[in-house]
Design a protein around this ligand. Structure first.
Ligand code: IVH
Length: 666
């Protein structure tokens, strides 16, 4: 095929996949395959730059940064919506609309979620995206064409298979960031010491306001389209018809949109969406009801700032004010000390709230929160309610400042705040507030991995004072366990056996299990190599010695030093050893396969043949391609053939892949 045809076919394919992904919400290829198509197209266009068109999927990024956005007039003003605060106001609106239309019949509305994002307008000429602007003040918007182009969900050219696009088509919609994408995005920023956004809406707004569209391209933005602007060359009689045409042309349309036929259906749509609000992947702040008939819309007409044919149903406030009665420090499962405001009970979005988090001392200082202050409290989703800001004008003169305690309110041991971290912590392994969480981590898969020792068992054992620290686990007896709820004789014995088995472990698993701040599974392995499985050496290491280790920075080093500086922690670790914990012998880069000869056959599942060979050689062994009397091990992968037979004839030791991995300690 000629490159030109290949390019056209690839573009069509990519557009089709976009349509499946964004409009039908039903992708039919993986992201990986999609990226491959895009890469192929890019390669062909690199070879044939004269064939590049502005609507090619490769053209979403690459525009030069702007100095400023141009201001452009909307051809039809972008109005806002009148609000109804509750069911009564929705009913009032419905009745007014009936009077406006001089009818006694029910009126059909299109019910839509009111997305909490940024309103934009997209302009298409003969099916091609030509420009896009912000809502601005409703009359004029900013030209953010380059930024909108980077949003994959916005089609650059419209589909024509079901319906020919009109000469001019202006489409309005809401750009937003999904909640979980927002979270990942913000977490990433905070890890990189960048300022974080307060909510997905601000993140979407900030992303659209970038003068350099390559930055926008990296932000996970989406869009749902919901209204026409100006259209030349096509008339619709119903809004629902317009929405279905949008889908045919390739615009994402919210799947929660429904037809409602009377006031009861309006109210139940509103209530249902309010109930499900937090389980939706994006933020909404209400519902919108729009008269479906275009002729009826024309009869009803406009007010100065909003149409008479639509109304927004607001959800109950999720931000309310209350008074801080006290501030207390709460200790989390990992020892994090969080300041919590005790509030005058207040109803936030249907839930009575008495506690709100203040996050940490920096936040208290930044917001200047004091005991006695009247504050704005917010509840968003399933997250813990938080104090947003102080209403300074309501501050009483006796309002008092607050500082986190320097001793843990639960165990009275020192609370410390490592340099560069915003969170203060209690580092005492035996702090009662942390016991359950720490023990669950200790016995978890990556840690000592005690089979049959579930969270419920931990809860019971801690509640009955049978375990307080890690080492207590090794002192549990059959009779201790047998007494517990839902513990049969057999399972009690199984747990005891599993505990005994877990005593034979490795340095890295044990160190991970200890739950030292910032020391995860990978770092535990690094430390294992460094200290050659010697826990005493690890305990004695100085900060300089630690910082010299590759991958150990000052934060980790400080956390380790802090951990070992607590005598209680040392005692717990020592007690584990005196109760039988031991590290299985691990040989470090020594020649544990010295002089052994290996042959591989069949397919290995977990590691590549070349990698396996490398391991053997690194450990002093040899790999040969055929089985002989000199072969020590045949590693038999899946569908092994003649080598397997020969090895067995020669009485050579045959091991499977898992046994081999054990040998090389993988
Ligand atoms: S219709 C006149 N539909 O809400 C029609 N707007 O307060 C107005 N919004 O600026 C637009 N979801 O940014 C419409 N399903 C929806 C909407 C929606 C969110 C925003 C939009 C508009 C504001 C109006």
């Amino acid at each position: 095929m000629e490159d030109k045809n290949k390019i056209n076919a690839l573009r069509k394919k990519i557009d089709d996949h976009n349509y499946h992904y964004y409009v039908l919400d039903n992708p039919i290829i993986s992201d990986y395959e999609y990226d491959n198509l895009l890469r192929n197209l890019q390669d062909l266009e690199d070879k044939n730059p004269e064939l590049i068109t502005p609507d090619s999927p490769t053209q979403r990024v690459g525009a030069k940064p702007l100095d400023a956005f141009d201001s452009i007039d909307h051809s039809i003003p972008m109005l806002s919506l009148e609000n109804a605060m509750d069911a009564d106001e929705l009913t009032g609106y419905y009745n007014r609309t009936k009077r406006g239309l001089k009818t006694d019949h029910n009126i059909e509305f299109v019910a839509e979620p009111k997305l909490d994002g940024i309103g934009v307008e997209l302009v298409y000429e003969n099916g091609l995206f030509v420009s896009g602007l912000t809502r601005g003040d409703g009359i004029k918007g900013e030209n953010i064409t380059q930024n909108l182009k980077t949003i994959n969900a916005i089609p650059l050219s419209l589909r024509t298979d079901k319906l020919t696009p009109p000469e001019l088509l202006e489409v309005r919609g809401e750009v937003f960031m999904e909640k979980d994408k927002f979270k990942i995005f913000n977490d990433d920023r905070s890890k990189n010491d960048m300022s974080i956004f307060a909510n997905p809406r601000n993140a979407a707004a900030g992303s659209l306001r970038q003068l350099d569209s390559t930055i926008t391209a990296e932000r996970p933005l989406s869009i749902y389209c919901y209204e026409p602007g100006k259209i030349n060359g096509k008339r619709f009689t119903k809004h629902s018809e317009f929405l279905s045409a949008l889908k045919d042309w390739g615009f994402p349309v919210n799947r929660e949109i429904k037809l409602v036929k009377n006031i009861d259906e309006i109210i139940s749509y509103h209530n249902n969406l309010e109930k499900r609000r937090h389980s939706l992947p994006y933020e909404i702040d209400g519902t919108v009801f729009k008269v479906n008939g275009i002729e009826e819309r024309e009869i009803l007409g406009l007010r100065s700032r909003s149409p008479r044919w639509a109304i927004a149903g607001k959800f109950k406030a999720e931000q309310v004010t209350s008074k801080i009665l006290d501030i207390v420090a709460s200790i989390g499962r990992t020892g994090a000390v969080t300041p919590v405001a005790k509030l005058n009970p207040v109803n936030v979005g249907g839930v009575v709230v008495t506690n709100a988090t203040l996050h940490n001392q920096d936040e208290i200082d930044r917001k200047d929160v004091r005991i006695g202050d009247t504050v704005l409290v917010q509840r968003a989703g399933d997250v813990i309610p938080e104090v947003v800001k102080v209403i300074k004008s309501k501050r009483p003169h006796n309002a008092s400042k607050y500082s986190l305690p320097t001793a843990c309110p639960i165990c009275s041991k020192e609370v410390s705040r490592p340099t560069g971290e915003s969170v203060a912590r209690c580092n005492n392994l035996s702090c009662p507030a942390q016991i359950k969480g720490r023990i669950k981590h200790f016995i978890s898969k990556g840690g000592l991995d005690i089979e049959g020792f579930g969270d419920k068992l931990v809860d019971q054992l801690v509640d009955r004072n049978l375990i307080k620290t890690f080492d207590d686990i090794f002192r549990l007896s059959f009779t201790d366990l047998e007494k517990l709820d839902r513990m049969a004789e057999k399972s009690a014995q199984n747990v005891i056996d599993a505990i005994n088995n877990s005593k034979k472990t490795t340095f890295s698993k044990f160190v991970y299990a200890l739950g030292i701040r910032n020391v995860g599974a990978h770092l535990s392995k690094v430390l294992e190599e460094e200290f050659e499985s010697n826990i005493l050496e690890f305990q004695k290491a100085s900060i300089d010695q630690l910082e010299e280790i590759n991958e150990v920075g000052p934060i980790v080093a400080e956390a380790i030093i802090r951990f070992w500086s607590n005598q209680i922690n040392i005692n717990i670790v020592n007690n584990c050893f005196s109760n039988g914990l031991e590290f299985s012998q691990k040989i470090f880069q020594s020649k544990n396969l010295e002089n052994l000869s290996f042959v591989f056959t069949g397919t290995l599942k977990k590691i590549k043949r070349a990698e396996a060979k490398n391991h053997v050689e690194l450990n002093g062994g040899r790999v040969s391609s055929s089985v002989s009397r000199n072969t020590d091990y045949l590693v038999a992968g899946e569908s092994s053939g003649s080598k397997l037979k020969k090895a067995s004839d020669l009485n050579i030791k045959i091991i499977d892949e898992l046994q081999f991995l054990e040998m090389i300690d993988r």
